[in-house]
Design a protein around this ligand. Sequence first.
Ligand code: COA
Length: 380
Amino acid sequence: MSSHAHVIGWGKYLPQRVLKNGELSELVDTSDEWIRTRTGIRERHLVEDGETTADMAVQAARQALEVAHFNPTQVELIIVATVTPDHLFPSTACLVQDMLGATRAAAFDLSAGCTGFIYGLSVAANMLLSGAYRSALVIGAETLSSITDWTDRATCVLFGDGAGAVVLQSGENEGGVLASSLGSDGSGGDLLWLPAGGSRIPTSQRTLDERLHFIQMKGREVFRFAVKVMHDATCEVLEKAGHALGDLTLLIPHQANQRIIEAAARSLDLSPEMVYSNVEWYGNTSAASIPIALSEAAEKGRIQTGDLVVCVGFGAGLTWGAAAIRWTRPQPMLAPLRRRIVRRLYYSLARIRSRFRRLIRWLSAFGIKDGLNGGRRSKE
Ligand code: COA
Protein backbone atom coordinates (compact mmCIF):
# COMPACT_ATOMS: atom_id res chain seq x y z
CA MET A 1 0.00 0.00 0.00
CA SER A 2 1.39 3.45 -0.83
CA SER A 3 2.06 5.91 1.96
CA HIS A 4 1.03 9.57 2.30
CA ALA A 5 2.56 12.50 4.21
CA HIS A 6 -0.12 14.10 6.40
CA VAL A 7 0.02 17.44 8.20
CA ILE A 8 -0.99 16.44 11.73
CA GLY A 9 0.25 19.43 13.74
CA TRP A 10 0.86 23.15 13.30
CA GLY A 11 2.13 26.03 15.39
CA LYS A 12 3.42 29.57 15.19
CA TYR A 13 5.36 32.01 17.31
CA LEU A 14 5.59 35.77 17.03
CA PRO A 15 7.85 37.66 19.42
CA GLN A 16 6.20 40.00 21.93
CA ARG A 17 7.65 43.29 20.70
CA VAL A 18 5.54 45.06 18.06
CA LEU A 19 6.91 47.79 15.79
CA LYS A 20 4.21 49.94 14.20
CA ASN A 21 4.60 51.95 11.00
CA GLY A 22 4.45 55.19 12.97
CA GLU A 23 7.57 54.22 14.91
CA LEU A 24 9.42 53.49 11.64
CA SER A 25 8.74 57.01 10.44
CA GLU A 26 10.87 58.17 13.37
CA LEU A 27 13.79 56.09 12.04
CA VAL A 28 13.62 56.79 8.28
CA ASP A 29 11.87 59.14 5.87
CA THR A 30 8.62 57.21 5.48
CA SER A 31 5.00 57.34 6.65
CA ASP A 32 2.29 54.99 7.86
CA GLU A 33 0.26 55.99 4.80
CA TRP A 34 3.07 55.11 2.32
CA ILE A 35 3.76 51.75 3.93
CA ARG A 36 0.08 50.77 4.15
CA THR A 37 -0.80 51.75 0.59
CA ARG A 38 2.34 50.26 -1.03
CA THR A 39 2.59 47.09 1.06
CA GLY A 40 -0.53 46.59 3.20
CA ILE A 41 1.68 46.28 6.30
CA ARG A 42 0.68 48.02 9.56
CA GLU A 43 3.03 46.42 12.04
CA ARG A 44 5.57 43.65 12.50
CA HIS A 45 6.97 41.69 15.46
CA LEU A 46 10.63 41.90 16.44
CA VAL A 47 12.73 39.75 18.75
CA GLU A 48 13.92 41.03 22.11
CA ASP A 49 17.69 41.23 22.69
CA GLY A 50 19.04 37.72 23.02
CA GLU A 51 16.03 36.00 21.41
CA THR A 52 17.13 33.96 18.38
CA THR A 53 15.83 32.07 15.37
CA ALA A 54 16.27 28.75 17.21
CA ASP A 55 14.33 30.07 20.24
CA MET A 56 11.38 31.05 18.06
CA ALA A 57 11.58 27.81 16.06
CA VAL A 58 11.37 25.81 19.29
CA GLN A 59 8.26 27.71 20.44
CA ALA A 60 6.48 27.09 17.13
CA ALA A 61 7.61 23.44 17.10
CA ARG A 62 6.34 22.83 20.65
CA GLN A 63 2.93 24.15 19.63
CA ALA A 64 2.89 21.96 16.51
CA LEU A 65 3.83 18.89 18.57
CA GLU A 66 1.05 19.76 21.03
CA VAL A 67 -1.55 19.88 18.24
CA ALA A 68 -0.19 16.62 16.80
CA HIS A 69 -0.25 14.96 20.26
CA PHE A 70 3.32 13.98 19.48
CA ASN A 71 6.29 13.57 21.82
CA PRO A 72 9.63 15.06 20.71
CA THR A 73 11.13 11.54 20.80
CA GLN A 74 8.71 10.49 18.05
CA VAL A 75 10.18 13.06 15.61
CA GLU A 76 12.58 11.42 13.15
CA LEU A 77 13.55 14.42 11.03
CA ILE A 78 13.83 18.17 11.66
CA ILE A 79 14.22 20.65 8.80
CA VAL A 80 14.59 24.35 9.57
CA ALA A 81 14.18 26.68 6.61
CA THR A 82 15.88 29.98 7.34
CA VAL A 83 18.16 32.69 5.94
CA THR A 84 18.90 33.95 9.45
CA PRO A 85 20.32 30.92 11.27
CA ASP A 86 21.74 31.38 14.77
CA HIS A 87 25.17 30.55 13.32
CA LEU A 88 26.55 29.59 9.90
CA PHE A 89 27.17 26.29 11.64
CA PRO A 90 26.07 24.31 13.56
CA SER A 91 22.68 24.30 11.90
CA THR A 92 19.74 25.89 13.68
CA ALA A 93 17.94 22.56 13.22
CA CYS A 94 20.53 20.90 15.49
CA LEU A 95 19.99 23.57 18.15
CA VAL A 96 16.25 22.97 17.88
CA GLN A 97 16.76 19.19 18.10
CA ASP A 98 18.71 19.67 21.33
CA MET A 99 16.27 22.16 22.89
CA LEU A 100 13.28 19.95 22.10
CA GLY A 101 15.01 16.79 23.28
CA ALA A 102 14.17 15.17 19.93
CA THR A 103 16.73 12.47 20.61
CA ARG A 104 15.93 10.29 17.57
CA ALA A 105 15.85 13.04 14.95
CA ALA A 106 18.17 13.82 12.05
CA ALA A 107 18.38 17.60 11.62
CA PHE A 108 19.47 20.06 8.96
CA ASP A 109 18.87 23.61 7.72
CA LEU A 110 17.63 24.54 4.30
CA SER A 111 18.24 27.84 2.52
CA ALA A 112 15.81 28.80 -0.23
CA GLY A 113 14.92 32.35 0.81
CA CYS A 114 11.24 32.99 1.44
CA THR A 115 10.43 29.75 -0.44
CA GLY A 116 12.37 27.78 2.19
CA PHE A 117 9.33 26.34 3.94
CA ILE A 118 7.83 25.01 0.69
CA TYR A 119 11.20 23.44 -0.20
CA GLY A 120 11.39 21.93 3.31
CA LEU A 121 7.84 20.60 3.13
CA SER A 122 8.54 19.03 -0.25
CA VAL A 123 11.81 17.41 0.89
CA ALA A 124 10.25 16.09 4.11
CA ALA A 125 7.10 14.78 2.39
CA ASN A 126 9.21 12.93 -0.18
CA MET A 127 11.44 11.46 2.54
CA LEU A 128 8.29 10.17 4.24
CA LEU A 129 6.88 8.83 0.97
CA SER A 130 10.15 6.98 0.31
CA GLY A 131 9.68 5.14 3.59
CA ALA A 132 13.02 6.39 4.97
CA TYR A 133 11.27 8.37 7.74
CA ARG A 134 7.84 8.21 9.35
CA SER A 135 7.61 11.68 10.86
CA ALA A 136 9.12 15.12 10.35
CA LEU A 137 9.05 18.56 11.84
CA VAL A 138 9.29 21.27 9.17
CA ILE A 139 9.95 24.74 10.52
CA GLY A 140 10.31 28.16 8.92
CA ALA A 141 11.96 30.64 11.30
CA GLU A 142 13.55 34.04 10.78
CA THR A 143 15.15 36.88 12.70
CA LEU A 144 15.14 39.26 9.75
CA SER A 145 15.57 42.24 12.09
CA SER A 146 19.20 41.10 12.51
CA ILE A 147 19.95 41.57 8.78
CA THR A 148 17.71 44.57 8.16
CA ASP A 149 19.35 47.90 7.40
CA TRP A 150 17.37 50.20 9.67
CA THR A 151 18.62 53.21 7.68
CA ASP A 152 17.22 51.93 4.34
CA ARG A 153 13.58 52.92 3.96
CA ALA A 154 13.13 50.74 0.85
CA THR A 155 13.61 47.53 2.85
CA CYS A 156 13.27 48.18 6.60
CA VAL A 157 9.52 48.75 6.36
CA LEU A 158 8.92 45.29 4.89
CA PHE A 159 10.32 42.68 7.25
CA GLY A 160 9.50 41.08 10.60
CA ASP A 161 10.55 38.17 12.84
CA GLY A 162 8.70 34.95 13.67
CA ALA A 163 8.43 31.19 13.23
CA GLY A 164 5.92 28.61 12.05
CA ALA A 165 6.04 24.81 12.09
CA VAL A 166 4.19 21.72 10.96
CA VAL A 167 4.44 18.07 11.96
CA LEU A 168 4.24 15.57 9.11
CA GLN A 169 3.43 11.91 9.66
CA SER A 170 3.23 9.12 7.11
CA GLY A 171 -0.02 7.18 6.90
CA GLU A 172 -1.84 4.83 4.57
CA ASN A 173 -5.00 6.95 4.32
CA GLU A 174 -5.43 9.19 1.25
CA GLY A 175 -4.55 12.89 1.41
CA GLY A 176 -1.78 14.98 2.94
CA VAL A 177 0.86 16.60 0.72
CA LEU A 178 -0.47 15.62 -2.72
CA ALA A 179 2.18 17.33 -4.84
CA SER A 180 4.85 19.99 -4.79
CA SER A 181 6.46 22.05 -7.47
CA LEU A 182 9.78 23.84 -6.99
CA GLY A 183 11.78 26.18 -9.20
CA SER A 184 14.88 28.36 -9.24
CA ASP A 185 16.66 30.96 -11.36
CA GLY A 186 20.07 31.87 -9.98
CA SER A 187 20.54 34.59 -12.60
CA GLY A 188 18.32 36.75 -10.38
CA GLY A 189 20.41 36.18 -7.25
CA ASP A 190 21.39 39.83 -6.90
CA LEU A 191 17.79 41.07 -6.96
CA LEU A 192 17.46 40.10 -3.32
CA TRP A 193 20.57 39.24 -1.36
CA LEU A 194 22.88 39.69 1.55
CA PRO A 195 26.21 40.38 -0.15
CA ALA A 196 28.88 39.76 2.50
CA GLY A 197 29.82 37.24 5.17
CA GLY A 198 30.19 34.23 2.85
CA SER A 199 33.22 32.90 0.96
CA ARG A 200 32.88 35.37 -1.94
CA ILE A 201 32.98 38.50 0.21
CA PRO A 202 34.25 37.50 3.65
CA THR A 203 33.60 39.80 6.57
CA SER A 204 36.07 42.67 6.77
CA GLN A 205 36.18 46.24 7.96
CA ARG A 206 35.19 47.29 4.41
CA THR A 207 32.07 45.07 4.38
CA LEU A 208 31.06 46.51 7.73
CA ASP A 209 31.69 50.11 6.61
CA GLU A 210 29.75 49.57 3.37
CA ARG A 211 26.83 47.91 5.19
CA LEU A 212 27.13 44.73 3.13
CA HIS A 213 25.74 42.51 5.90
CA PHE A 214 22.19 43.70 5.38
CA ILE A 215 19.42 42.77 2.93
CA GLN A 216 19.69 44.51 -0.45
CA MET A 217 16.78 44.37 -2.87
CA LYS A 218 15.57 45.62 -6.24
CA GLY A 219 11.94 45.92 -5.21
CA ARG A 220 10.23 46.52 -8.56
CA GLU A 221 11.93 43.55 -10.29
CA VAL A 222 11.09 41.26 -7.36
CA PHE A 223 7.47 42.46 -7.48
CA ARG A 224 7.08 41.56 -11.17
CA PHE A 225 8.77 38.17 -10.71
CA ALA A 226 6.60 37.39 -7.65
CA VAL A 227 3.24 37.94 -9.35
CA LYS A 228 4.20 35.75 -12.31
CA VAL A 229 5.61 32.80 -10.35
CA MET A 230 2.77 32.78 -7.79
CA HIS A 231 0.34 32.28 -10.66
CA ASP A 232 2.45 29.70 -12.53
CA ALA A 233 3.48 27.64 -9.48
CA THR A 234 -0.12 27.45 -8.22
CA CYS A 235 -1.40 26.20 -11.58
CA GLU A 236 1.48 23.76 -11.94
CA VAL A 237 1.08 22.16 -8.51
CA LEU A 238 -2.68 21.79 -8.95
CA GLU A 239 -2.13 20.08 -12.28
CA LYS A 240 0.48 17.76 -10.73
CA ALA A 241 -1.99 16.90 -7.98
CA GLY A 242 -4.65 16.13 -10.59
CA HIS A 243 -6.85 19.09 -9.63
CA ALA A 244 -8.19 22.28 -11.18
CA LEU A 245 -8.36 25.79 -9.69
CA GLY A 246 -12.06 25.18 -9.09
CA ASP A 247 -11.20 22.43 -6.55
CA LEU A 248 -9.13 24.79 -4.41
CA THR A 249 -10.45 25.72 -0.95
CA LEU A 250 -7.77 28.14 0.21
CA LEU A 251 -4.59 29.65 -1.21
CA ILE A 252 -1.89 30.44 1.34
CA PRO A 253 0.60 32.74 -0.40
CA HIS A 254 3.92 34.00 0.90
CA GLN A 255 3.13 37.15 2.85
CA ALA A 256 5.41 39.78 1.28
CA ASN A 257 3.11 42.52 0.12
CA GLN A 258 -0.69 42.78 -0.01
CA ARG A 259 -0.46 44.17 -3.57
CA ILE A 260 1.46 41.06 -4.70
CA ILE A 261 -1.12 38.80 -3.00
CA GLU A 262 -4.01 40.66 -4.65
CA ALA A 263 -2.36 40.69 -8.07
CA ALA A 264 -1.74 36.92 -7.83
CA ALA A 265 -5.36 36.35 -6.73
CA ARG A 266 -6.61 38.43 -9.68
CA SER A 267 -4.47 36.57 -12.17
CA LEU A 268 -5.78 33.25 -10.80
CA ASP A 269 -9.33 34.63 -10.75
CA LEU A 270 -9.72 33.82 -7.03
CA SER A 271 -12.03 35.78 -4.74
CA PRO A 272 -10.34 37.53 -1.77
CA GLU A 273 -11.96 35.05 0.67
CA MET A 274 -10.05 32.22 -1.01
CA VAL A 275 -6.68 33.82 -0.36
CA TYR A 276 -5.30 33.99 3.17
CA SER A 277 -3.54 37.17 4.18
CA ASN A 278 -2.01 38.38 7.45
CA VAL A 279 0.82 40.52 6.07
CA GLU A 280 -0.88 43.52 7.70
CA TRP A 281 0.11 42.28 11.20
CA TYR A 282 3.42 40.51 10.71
CA GLY A 283 5.07 41.98 7.59
CA ASN A 284 7.29 39.69 5.53
CA THR A 285 8.80 37.00 7.79
CA SER A 286 10.50 35.19 4.86
CA ALA A 287 10.61 31.39 5.35
CA ALA A 288 8.33 31.74 8.39
CA SER A 289 5.52 33.52 6.58
CA ILE A 290 3.77 30.51 5.01
CA PRO A 291 3.84 28.23 8.08
CA ILE A 292 2.67 31.16 10.25
CA ALA A 293 -0.22 31.83 7.84
CA LEU A 294 -1.03 28.11 7.53
CA SER A 295 -1.09 27.68 11.33
CA GLU A 296 -3.19 30.78 11.82
CA ALA A 297 -5.67 29.70 9.14
CA ALA A 298 -5.96 26.26 10.76
CA GLU A 299 -6.35 27.78 14.26
CA LYS A 300 -9.12 30.07 13.02
CA GLY A 301 -10.99 27.16 11.44
CA ARG A 302 -10.40 28.47 7.92
CA ILE A 303 -9.15 24.99 6.99
CA GLN A 304 -11.33 21.94 7.60
CA THR A 305 -10.90 18.21 7.01
CA GLY A 306 -11.16 17.44 3.29
CA ASP A 307 -10.14 20.95 2.16
CA LEU A 308 -7.64 21.40 -0.65
CA VAL A 309 -5.03 23.98 0.31
CA VAL A 310 -2.22 25.32 -1.84
CA CYS A 311 0.76 27.06 -0.25
CA VAL A 312 2.77 29.12 -2.73
CA GLY A 313 5.91 31.18 -2.28
CA PHE A 314 8.77 33.01 -3.95
CA GLY A 315 12.00 34.51 -2.75
CA ALA A 316 15.74 34.98 -2.85
CA GLY A 317 17.65 32.71 -5.17
CA LEU A 318 15.55 33.39 -7.06
CA THR A 319 13.33 30.53 -5.95
CA TRP A 320 9.66 29.69 -6.07
CA GLY A 321 7.47 26.76 -5.14
CA ALA A 322 4.03 25.48 -4.26
CA ALA A 323 2.59 22.54 -2.34
CA ALA A 324 -0.93 21.14 -2.63
CA ILE A 325 -2.25 19.64 0.60
CA ARG A 326 -5.45 17.68 1.19
CA TRP A 327 -6.18 18.48 4.82
CA THR A 328 -6.86 15.34 6.84
CA ARG A 329 -6.49 16.50 10.43
CA PRO A 330 -9.69 17.49 12.26
CA GLN A 331 -9.59 20.47 14.65
CA PRO A 332 -7.44 19.19 17.50
CA MET A 333 -8.68 18.54 21.02
CA LEU A 334 -6.47 20.02 23.72
CA ALA A 335 -4.29 17.27 25.18
CA PRO A 336 -5.22 16.32 28.77
CA LEU A 337 -3.63 18.55 31.45
CA ARG A 338 -1.53 15.66 32.78
CA ARG A 339 -0.01 15.09 29.34
CA ARG A 340 0.74 18.78 28.88
CA ILE A 341 2.46 18.93 32.28
CA VAL A 342 4.53 15.83 31.43
CA ARG A 343 5.57 17.42 28.13
CA ARG A 344 6.60 20.66 29.85
CA LEU A 345 8.63 18.61 32.31
CA TYR A 346 10.22 16.81 29.37
CA TYR A 347 11.37 20.12 27.87
CA SER A 348 12.99 21.11 31.19
CA LEU A 349 14.66 17.70 31.30
CA ALA A 350 15.87 18.23 27.72
CA ARG A 351 17.73 21.32 28.91
CA ILE A 352 19.27 19.38 31.79
CA ARG A 353 20.12 16.50 29.43
CA SER A 354 21.88 18.93 27.09
CA ARG A 355 23.96 20.41 29.91
CA PHE A 356 24.75 16.94 31.21
CA ARG A 357 25.99 15.82 27.78
CA ARG A 358 28.19 18.92 27.54
CA LEU A 359 29.59 18.16 30.99
CA ILE A 360 30.33 14.53 30.04
CA ARG A 361 32.01 15.73 26.84
CA TRP A 362 34.06 18.25 28.78
CA LEU A 363 35.06 15.67 31.36
CA SER A 364 36.02 13.08 28.75
CA ALA A 365 38.07 15.69 26.84
CA PHE A 366 39.79 16.48 30.13
CA GLY A 367 40.41 12.77 30.66
CA ILE A 368 41.86 12.31 27.17
CA LYS A 369 44.09 15.37 27.68
CA ASP A 370 45.30 13.91 30.94
CA GLY A 371 45.94 10.63 29.19
CA LEU A 372 47.99 12.34 26.48
CA ASN A 373 50.00 14.32 29.03
CA GLY A 374 50.55 11.14 30.99
CA GLY A 375 51.74 9.41 27.81
CA ARG A 376 54.18 12.21 27.07
CA ARG A 377 55.40 12.20 30.63
CA SER A 378 56.03 8.48 30.53
CA LYS A 379 58.13 8.90 27.33
CA GLU A 380 60.20 11.59 28.99
N1 COA B 1 8.67 55.36 2.36
C1 COA B 1 8.48 56.38 1.50
N2 COA B 1 8.91 56.36 0.25
C2 COA B 1 9.57 55.26 -0.18
C3 COA B 1 9.81 54.17 0.68
C4 COA B 1 9.33 54.26 1.99
N3 COA B 1 9.51 53.27 2.88
N4 COA B 1 10.49 53.23 0.00
C5 COA B 1 10.67 53.70 -1.24
N5 COA B 1 10.13 54.93 -1.34
C6 COA B 1 10.08 55.81 -2.50
C7 COA B 1 11.17 55.52 -3.51
O1 COA B 1 12.36 56.16 -3.15
C8 COA B 1 10.56 56.06 -4.76
O2 COA B 1 10.75 57.45 -4.78
P1 COA B 1 11.11 58.19 -6.16
O3 COA B 1 9.94 57.93 -7.06
O4 COA B 1 11.26 59.60 -5.72
O5 COA B 1 12.37 57.55 -6.63
C9 COA B 1 9.07 55.80 -4.59
O6 COA B 1 8.87 55.58 -3.18
C10 COA B 1 8.57 54.61 -5.35
O7 COA B 1 9.46 53.55 -5.13
P2 COA B 1 9.22 52.14 -5.79
O8 COA B 1 10.36 51.23 -5.40
O9 COA B 1 8.88 52.28 -7.23
O10 COA B 1 7.90 51.70 -5.01
P3 COA B 1 7.00 50.45 -5.27
O11 COA B 1 5.62 50.85 -5.53
O12 COA B 1 7.64 49.47 -6.23
O13 COA B 1 7.01 49.77 -3.83
C11 COA B 1 8.07 47.95 -2.71
C12 COA B 1 8.23 49.34 -3.27
C13 COA B 1 9.41 47.51 -2.14
C14 COA B 1 7.04 47.99 -1.61
C15 COA B 1 7.61 46.99 -3.84
O14 COA B 1 8.42 47.15 -4.97
C16 COA B 1 7.65 45.55 -3.41
O15 COA B 1 6.92 45.13 -2.54
N6 COA B 1 8.47 44.74 -4.08
C17 COA B 1 8.61 43.34 -3.72
C18 COA B 1 9.45 43.23 -2.50
C19 COA B 1 9.38 41.88 -1.88
O16 COA B 1 8.36 41.23 -1.86
N7 COA B 1 10.51 41.43 -1.34
C20 COA B 1 10.61 40.22 -0.65
C21 COA B 1 10.55 39.06 -1.57
S1 COA B 1 10.53 37.57 -0.67
